[in-house]
Design a protein around this ligand. Sequence first.
Ligand code: CP
Length: 315
Amino acid sequence: MRHLISLKEQSADDIRDIIALAARIKKKYRAGETTDILHDKTLLMFFQKGSTRTRISFEAGMTELGGHAIYLDAAKTQFALADFRDEIRAAMRFGDILMMRLMRVEDVALAASFDQVPVIDGCSEKYHPCQALGDIFTMAEHSKGLKNVKKVAWLGIENNMSNTLKLACAKLGIEVALVTPEVNAASVDKELNTMANATGKVKKVLDIKEALHGADYVHTDTWMDTEYFKSGKPLPEFAAEFERRMKVFMPYQLNAALIEKYAPKAGIMHCMPMHVGYEITRDAIEHKNSVIFDQAENRKHVQKAILLWLLEKGL
Ligand code: CP
């Protein structure tokens, strides 16, 4: 049975197959063609954390595939009362595929270990494979083919997102420059790092000029943990850590001046949600090179491809 947890399990050909499937699905969607291949199938979506894109893209994607998606909020189910392993085994009896956004990937892996239905990590502390595949698809689309994507730069913090993006890129032979003064400790996966580094494609470099030279795309992600913010504003109880991170990461902010100086042809990418004025500026979001909103839309086309690929259905 196929599962999508970290992209460590997927080969370069698997990644290419999912991207090619997403391209066919998007083409059909744009042409107004029906793709109700998952008629009578149910996607279970279990969330311990908030989401805009992951929830909407999976739910809309499942609708467009002719199936149904059920949203399960951890706080409003019986998961809080009972042993996780019992509740999840019972829940999987009601669906054909399970997507989970959990605090700890070990619980995602536990659900997958039962091999009842394919399981997807919808963003854990270590991985975000659906976003990484969406990003690869977006870069391939904008560069008119994966073969034309030669180098990506990642600015800011090394985290769950950079883990999966760097591994996917490295497997595909795309050079990755990590401009990351700090690593999110919870995201570290030594095995993943060893796999990515063994390709010879990943380089850690703090010199922005060197990192951005020849980059086709420049990515960033929030430097701050989500709990530091309420309604987009920093919370006073996290003020000290917030200020510390501002000092560490501000030299690596993705802004229009940086792109125009060091990589004027590079696409600007952010997986969202964005903290404007921190890791990215408004002038970068609205820059002619920005592909951020295509990147967001492509989550849906890629989710559909992931669902079909996991269920071993073609198009
Ligand atoms: N990029 C991403 O996963 O967005 P959400 O947190 O809104 O799902």
